[in-house]
Design a protein around this ligand. Structure first.
Ligand code: IPE
Ligand code: IPE
Ligand code: MG
Length: 268
């Protein structure tokens, strides 16, 4: 597999629509509490927003969607809530695996699976295997995922693979071992729920990502909200360290000259 280029090693191609969208789906608990419902009702409702977002990404031509579903720190929550989330994950995989496959979605799960119950581990394996050949959208679920965990597991695997290079590794050595080496770096990051923090999500991969924060709670997020985020993304000037003037010059030098033939006059 050819590695994707790194935003710190080469200047990425930038399109009008993000190729890779990464989302922290936050605010389920507050959504439920505002309705005097138990927090878990918000998680259930959050699944509807996941379905709507997957559909919207397919329609929008986004190739990679990565959703933060459960962080390595979320085990600190009350046991009943953690257990509900695990059960919901199992039920969602059972219900959606076939539909995702029919819609050309490739499913990947990143994070440390070792703490999951065997039934969940097996379902993840089956879903990934079934959907592996699909190319329309790669949907990644980050579950028991932490950015620091990711960097450390990659570093450990890198050293085991090539111990002779100790003291001389560079970022291109570690990149292939990161959990999402199969995807380009995210172009757009969205966090719902009003907080403006990364909460140990993709700390390596967000190096040059455009960040968008919204007060909307995750169960309220839909195709229209996605449009608002993409509209904001379009207005950004992604400089990757360069100056505005350099970007203007680059646009000028790569502009396609008009080559339309001049119409001949009939009576000439
Ligand atoms: C995000 O919603 C879902 C998970 C972290 C699993 P929260 O459950 O964090 O909702 P708030 O932030 O408490 O409202
Ligand atoms: C981040 O949300 C993790 C997920 C959405 C899965 P949290 O609600 O756990 O984040 P903090 O604790 O407010 O930073
Ligand atoms: Mg939260």
């Amino acid at each position: 597999m050819k590695p994707f280029s790194s935003s710190t090693q080469a200047i990425p191609q930038v399109g009008d629509v993000p190729q890779h969208l990464a989302i922290i789906m936050d605010g389920n608990g507050r959504w439920a509490r505002r309705r005097f419902l138990p927090r878990v009702a918000g998680h259930k409702r959050g699944l509807e927003a996941v379905r709507a977002t997957v559909r919207a990404c397919i329609e929008r031509g986004i190739s990679y969607l990565t959703l933060f579903a459960f962080s390595s720190e979320n085990w600190r929550r009350p046991e009943e809530e953690v257990s509900f989330l695990m059960t919901l994950f199992i039920a969602a995989l059972e219900a959606e695996m076939g539909k995702l496959h029919d819609n050309g979605v490739r499913l990947r799960v990143i994070g440390d699976r070792s703490r999951f119950e065997p039934r969940l581990i097996e379902l993840i394996r089956q879903s990934e295997e079934l959907t592996a050949p699909n190319t329309r959208l790669t949907l990644t679920i980050a579950a028991n995922y932490g950015g620091r965990w990711d960097v450390m597991q990659a570093a450990n695997r890198m050293v085991c693979q090539d111990p002779g290079k100790l003291g001389h590794y560079d970022e291109t050595d570690v990149a292939p071992y990161l959990a999402m080496a199969y995807a380009p770096e995210p172009d757009l990051f969205i966090r719902t729920g009003g907080e403006q923090r990364i909460s140990n999500f993709l700390i390596w991969q967000l190096a040059y990502c455009e960040l968008f924060f919204t007060e909307l709670l995750w169960p309220e997020f839909d195709a229209e909200a996605l449009e608002v985020a993409i509209a904001s993304y379009r207005k950004r000037e992604r400089r990757f360290g360069r100056t505005s003037e350099q970007l203007v010059e680059q646009r000028r030098s790569t502009a396609v000259p008009c080559t339309e033939p001049v119409a001949q006059s009939q009576d000439a």
